[in-house]
Write a protein that binds this ligand. Structure first.
Ligand SMILES: Nc1ncnc2c1ncn2[C@@H]1O[C@H](COP(=O)(O)OP(=O)(O)O)[C@@H](O)[C@H]1O
Ligand SMILES: [Mg+2]
Length: 412
C-alpha cells in the first residue's frame, strides 16, 4: 500500500508512525508534515491545497489518503479524491456536520435516544435573553456557539450577568444559533471509534488536559497531554460506550449521512451514567499520541477496511498497557507572545517504551527550531500508568529548548 497522511501535527506524526508499522505498507508520506517527522525518517511532501494533493496522489499512485485535521476533513478534499477514484478515509462533508454544528450533533443524539445534557437552541438575541432570564442558577448554565470555535465557543456561567455577557460575546463572534445546556457534573473522558458507515471498531479511551496549568481557571490550550485508557470506567460503562457509537452510527446511516472515518465522543461520567457532550469527526490531538501506541493489530489493514466498508466482524487487539503523553510547548504559549525560533536539542535515541512526536517545529540552517505553541510530545507505554508517567517525564527532561514548558501532572 502507498499511503498519504494529510496534516502536520503530533496527531499526524502518531498516525503515520502507526501506519508505517504495517506489513502491507509499501511507502508513506505526510503532507505537509514537519521537519521533526522528517528527522525521524518519515517522508514529507510540501503539498497542501486540494489540487496539489490530487496531482501528488496520481503521480505517486497513492492507494489510501488519511485526513488528520478537521480543516481537511471539512473541506472538499475527500469528495475530490474519490471523484478521481482515490480511496480516502474521512467522513463526508455532510457527516462532518456532526462536529461543525453542535445543534446537528444534538439532534442525532436525541434521535438515537442517548443521554446528553438537556438543551435549547436560541435562534436570535431575544430568545437567548429569555433563556438566560428563566434559568435559576442553582446550577451553572452552559452556553455554546453552534459552529467551530477552536475551543473558545463554550462558556460555563455561574450567574445571570456572566450568562448575558457570554451570550452576547458568542453571538458577536460566531452568530446564532446558540445552545443553552444544563451543566453536567462528573469526570470527562474521550472515546474513539474507527467507522465505515455501518460498523466500527473501538479504538479505546483517553483523558486529556486542556488548561496550561493545573489551575482549572488558567488559559485554555490545544491540549497539554493525555493518558490512555481513562481507567475509571466500569465494565457496564464500557458496554455503554460501544452502545453510544452503535446507536449514533445507525441514526446517521438511517438519515442518509453514513459516517466513515474516526469518530471521537466527548463524554462525561456522572452519577446518572455516561452523558455525551459532543462528537468530533477526527482523532484528538494529543489523545491520538496516547492511544495509537497501545494498538497491537495491523492499523493500516483496519483503515483500508474502514475506507472500503469492510469493518463488519473485524476485531482489534491492544497491548494490555497504559500510556501517558506529555506535550512540551513554547514559552509564553497560549498567548501570542511566545519564545520562538529556539534550537531544539533531543537525545540521539529515546528510551525503550517511549516515542517522540513532533508538531510546531521547522528546520533552520540544519537545526530544528520551535515555530508553534505545541512543539513536541513524548509518549511512554508501560504496565501501569504511574510507570508510564515516570518514563515519559524522564524522557521529556532530556529535551531542551529555551522557554520549554510542560505540565508536571499529566497522568497523576
Ligand atoms: N453540558 C455541560 N456541562 C458541563 N460542562 C460542559 C458541558 N458542555 C461542555 N462542557 C465543558 O466545556 C468543554 C468544551 O465543550 P465541548 O462541547 O466539548 O465543545 P468544544 O470542544 O467544541 O469546545 C467540555 O470539554 C467540558 O469541559
Ligand atoms: Mg470538546
Amino acid at each position: 500500500m502507498r499511503v498519504l497522511v494529510v496534516g502536520k501535527g503530533g496527531r499526524e506524526h502518531a498516525l503515520a508512525t502507526k501506519i508505517a508499522e504495517s506489513k502491507s505498507l509499501e511507502r508513506i508520506w505526510v503532507a505537509p508534515g514537519n521537519s521533526g517527522m522528517k528527522k525521524m525518517g518519515l517522508e514529507c511532501v510540501a503539498v497542501e491545497s486540494t489540487p496539489e494533493i490530487l496531482i501528488f496522489c496520481k503521480e505517486q499512485k497513492i492507494d489510501l489518503v488519511v485526513l488528520g485535521p478537521e480543516g481537511a476533513i471539512l473541506s472538499d478534499l475527500k469528495e475530490n479524491l474519490e471523484a478521481q477514484g482515490i480511496l480516502c478515509l474521512a467522513p463526508s462533508q455532510k457527516a462532518g456536520q456532526l462536529e461543525a454544528s453542535k445543534a446537528f450533533c444534538k439532534k442525532v443524539l436525541v434521535d438515537a435516544g442517548l443521554k446528553t445534557a438537556a438543551f435549547e437552541v436560541a435562534k436570535d438575541e431575544l430568545s437567548a435573553l429569555e433563556m438566560v432570564a428563566k434559568h435559576d442558577f442553582s446550577k451553572p448554565l452552559v452556553i455554546k456557539a453552534d459552529g467551530l470555535a477552536q475551543g473558545k465557543g463554550v462558556h460555563v456561567c455561574a450567574n445571570q450577568d456572566q450568562a448575558k455577557k457570554a451570550a452576547q460575546e458568542l453571538a458577536t463572534h460566531y452568530g446564532f444559533p446558540l445552545l443553552f445546556e444544563q451543566c453536567l457534573i462528573g469526570q470527562e473522558l474521550s472515546a474513539f471509534a474507527l467507522c465505515d458507515g455501518n460498523d466500527f471498531v473501538f479504538l479505546g479511551t483517553a483523558c486529556d488536559y486542556k488548561r496550561i496549568t493545573p489551575d482549572p481557571f488558567s488559559l485554555n490550550t490545544g491540549g497539554m497531554g493525555a493518558y490512555s485508557p481513562c481507567g475509571f470506567l466500569t465494565p457496564e460503562d464500557e458496554i455503554e460506550v460501544l452502545n453510544i457509537f452503535k446507536k449514533s452510527l445507525k441514526v446517521l446511516k438511517d438519515q442518509n449521512t453514513p459516517f466513515s472515518g474516526f469518530l471521537f465522543a466527548g463524554l462525561m461520567k456522572t452519577a446518572e451514567g455516561l452523558y455525551i457532550l459532543e462528537f468530533n469527526v477526527r482523532m484528538g490531538d494529543p489523545e491520538t499520541q496516547a492511544l495509537l501506541p497501545r494498538i497491537k493489530s495491523d492499523f493500516l489493514d483496519l483503515l483500508v477496511k474502514a475506507a472500503k466498508v469492510q469493518l463488519k466482524g473485524q476485531k482489534i487487539e491492544f497491548f494490555d498497557q497504559n500510556s501517558v503523553h506529555v506535550v512540551a510547548v513554547s514559552g509564553g504559549y497560549p498567548t501570542n507572545q511566545m519564545i520562538l525560533g529556539k534550537e531544539i536539542r533531543t537525545p540521539q535515541s529515546t528510551a525503550e517504551g517511549t516515542q517522540l512526536f513532533f508538531a510546531g517545529v521547522m528546520e533552520q540552517q540544519g537545526q530544528l527550531v520551535n515555530t508553534g505553541g505545541r512543539v513536541l510530545g513524548v509518549t511512554a507505554v508501560a504496565e501501569t500508568r504511574s510507570q508510564a508517567r515516570e518514563m515519559a517525564y524522564r524522557e521529556i527532561k532530556n529535551i531542551h529548548f529555551e522557554g520549554i514548558y510542560f505540565r508536571e501532572d499529566i497522568g497523576l
